[in-house]
Unconditional design. Structure first.
Length: 118
């Protein structure tokens, strides 16, 4: 390019912006995966509660419980990785509050299933 001098500052700025953009894109991909997990996990909790309430196949209860625990594990891993970014944004609070809500919902639903639908 005419008039463009590749100085040390220009190269540093270019590499720094490339790294920041990659990190930013990865953060948003993780947020998108988390939001997908949130929807799928909510549906799975509903299916588990509906199945255990006597409207479904009782032999699926054990498999659904296993799926709930595996999905909770995957959501926990996503949550931990997102928290490693240490962003102080509204998006990070949304992830924190939604994860706490889903964790509490899991405990309540599994307790109800164990107590009443055994």
């Amino acid at each position: 390019m005419a008039g463009y001098e590749e100085t040390r500052e220009n190269v540093f700025y270019s590499n720094t912006m490339k790294n920041l953009d990659t990190r930013h894109i990865i953060f948003h991909i993780l947020i998108a995966l988390y939001m997908l997990w949130l929807v799928v996990y909510g549906i799975l909790l509903y299916i588990t509660l509906h199945n255990a309430s006597g409207n479904g196949n009782p032999s699926l209860n054990r498999a659904l419980m296993l799926w709930v625990f595996f999905n909770l594990l995957m959501g926990s891993i996503l949550f931990i990785v997102i928290r490693l970014y240490r962003n102080k944004t509204v998006l990070n609070r949304l992830v924190l509050y939604s994860y706490c809500f889903m964790g509490a919902a899991t405990v309540v639903i599994l307790t109800v299933i164990k107590m009443y639908y055994k």
